[in-house]
Design a protein around this ligand. Structure first.
Ligand SMILES: Nc1ncnc2c1ncn2[C@@H]1O[C@H](COP(=O)(O)OP(=O)(O)OP(=O)(O)O)[C@@H](O)[C@H]1O
Length: 349
């Protein structure tokens, strides 16, 4: 059995239907109307020990609801969920010992006491042995740079400091699984990198299984090999991040710097389909540089560079990798349907 396994997992919320304005609120007091909102609609998910999985989707797709069911906060309306052999909503205390959770929008630290004391309280709650506590505190203090604000209360922390303290709090008891809900939201680039490095290190050194929800595509590319895309409560893609890139980002661009101008470079590629040549920059600079776009399934980067090298001296070149950002945006916008995505997933799993 996988470390995390769900079968047909569902969650239906009962939502109040109110007419707008004060009149609507008053009317609702007397004649209550409700509708069912299916937030998660039959999720089948298997996550193995040590995996790092990105769980992404547009706003309202059902990501947080899934994580809340995995962590035992919400009781499912249907289906099955087993995490490390436990049913989270039935065995909440045992489950809590094995998981850690970071919610970017909220903190689990006590608002008015110094971070150092919050962490000591968590040590007692989770009954972390003193030697583990000390080892983890030393490692986290260094990796996350906690020293300068351990004496401050959570109330006084900046967002980046708070997030680093929250990560330490979530991992203090060496959980097998960590749920990260938007762990880098609103952070500057330097703190983001620090947090990503820390997550990678925990996954690498301790084999911690990570399930990450994020709208930050840098997080996904940096931290996860597996991508699960959810939309309207259903999984529409589950496979390797690289497969999605391969299927939808066929286009590559090689930027070449030349030692002398190369006129009519277009003629070098006449026999190759789907190759186009641009000259970035202005004036003299444009004469020395080429940007060549090609379909990597129809020809290779070395084909392109070789042809240029036969006619001129190449000083430098770089290849632009496809960005996952555009692909996921297209999925969100419904441009790529589930059939096409399923095709991309063949060969993963
Ligand atoms: N407690 C609740 N009561 C009623 N409806 C809810 C509740 N929690 C979530 N929902 C609804 O369920 C759907 C899924 O919400 P969820 O928070 O899981 O989405 P999400 O994918 O995490 O979105 P986001 O990226 O915006 O955080 C939404 O339509 C939301 O309005």
């Amino acid at each position: 059995m996988s470390l995390i396994e769900t079968k047909g997992l569902r969650k239906v919320f009962r939502q109040a239907v109110k007419d707008p304005g004060l009149a609507g609120a008053v009317k609702h007091l007397f004649t209550q109307r409700y509708k069912d909102k299916c937030a998660v609609e039959g999720i089948d998910l298997k996550i193995e020990e040590g995996e790092s999985v990105a769980y992404v989707g547009p706003n309202g797709a059902g990501k947080s609801t899934t994580i809340k069911m995995l962590s035992g906060v919400l009781v499912p309306s249907g289906g099955e969920v087993v995490v490390d052999g436990l049913v989270p909503y039935k065995q909440r205390m045992d489950n809590a010992q094995r998981i850690g959770a970071v919610f970017g929008q909220r903190t689990q630290l006590w608002w008015d006491i110094p971070v150092r004391e919050s962490l000591a309280l968590l040590r007692d709650i989770y009954q972390v042995p003193e030697s583990t506590f000390k080892k983890n505190m030393d490692a986290f203090t260094e990796l996350l740079g906690l020293e300068s604000f351990l004496h401050l209360s959570a109330r006084k922390l900046s967002l980046g400091q708070r997030m680093r303290a929250d990560l330490a709090a979530a991992l203090l008891h060496d959980p097998k699984i960590v749920y990260l809900d938007e762990p880098t939201i609103g952070l500057d680039v330097a703190v983001k990198h620090r947090i990503r490095d820390f997550i990678k290190e925990m996954n690498r050194a301790k084999g911690t299984t990570m399930l990450l929800t994020t709208h930050d595509l840098g997080d996904i590319e940096d931290l996860c090999e597996r991508l699960v895309i959810i939309d309207q409560g259903r999984i529409i893609y589950d496979g390797k991040l690289q497969d999605v890139k391969d299927a939808f980002a066929r286009e590559r661009t090689i930027h070449i710097q030349l030692s002398s101008p190369l006129p009519e470079a277009e003629s070098l590629f006449r026999d190759l389909p789907d190759v186009s040549v641009n000259r970035p920059g202005e004036g003299a600079e444009a004469a020395f540089s080429l940007s060549i776009r090609f379909d990597r399934f129809r020809c290779t980067a070395s084909d392109i560079v070789k042809r240029v090298m036969n006619r001129g001296e190449v000083v430098d070149f770089r290849i632009d990798e496809p960005s996952i950002e555009d692909i996921i945006r297209r999925v969100y916008e419904g441009q790529l349907d589930s059939v096409v995505l399923a095709e991309a997933g063949k060969g993963s799993a």
